[in-house]
Design a protein around this ligand. Structure first.
Ligand SMILES: Nc1nc2c(c(=O)[nH]1)N=C([C@H](O)[C@H](O)COP(=O)(O)OP(=O)(O)OP(=O)(O)O)CN2
Ligand SMILES: [Zn+2]
Length: 110
């Protein structure tokens, strides 16, 4: 079994629609640390699970310097961001999204 791990920093903005009053309703930014995990028992014809560069192009190309409310088709919480990223990348089974030093979400496919 092979596991590819790719870590990136995404600078972007979001606002959250919540069922309670919160400062997060206001548009604001984070430097999210995103770590993507891809796994496969077999390698492709290039000898890879997934190209690190393709993971970066997918995540950074779609999210970096964007308003995530315009990209993620759900409330752009760290949970929904992690799930959305996982579904964009072949062989991805786990995504960690660290919003700040003490706040991290881990999404794993069943
Ligand atoms: N489970 C989640 N909780 C929260 C999320 C989230 O995505 N998932 N997101 C937010 C907001 O993005 C908010 O901007 C985070 O604010 P921040 O000040 O960074 O976090 P804290 O209020 O916890 O403050 P710390 O100083 O980091 O303790 C809120 N919650
Ligand atoms: Zn936020």
């Amino acid at each position: 079994m092979f596991t590819v791990v790719k870590r990136m920093e995404v600078s972007a903005s979001h606002s959250l629609k919540l069922s309670y009053q919160s400062k997060c309703e206001n548009l604001h930014g984070h430097n999210w640390i995103v770590t993507v995990y891809c796994r496969s028992e077999v390698l492709n014809e290039d000898g890879m699970v997934v190209d690190f560069t393709h993971i970066k192009e997918t995540v950074m190309g779609k999210l970096d310097h964007r308003n995530l409310n315009d990209v993620i088709p759900a409330n752009p919480t760290a949970e929904n961001i992690a799930c959305w990223i996982c579904n964009q990348i072949p062989c991805c089974f786990k995504v960690e999204v660290q919003e700040s030093e003490g706040n991290t979400v881990i999404y794993e496919k069943d």
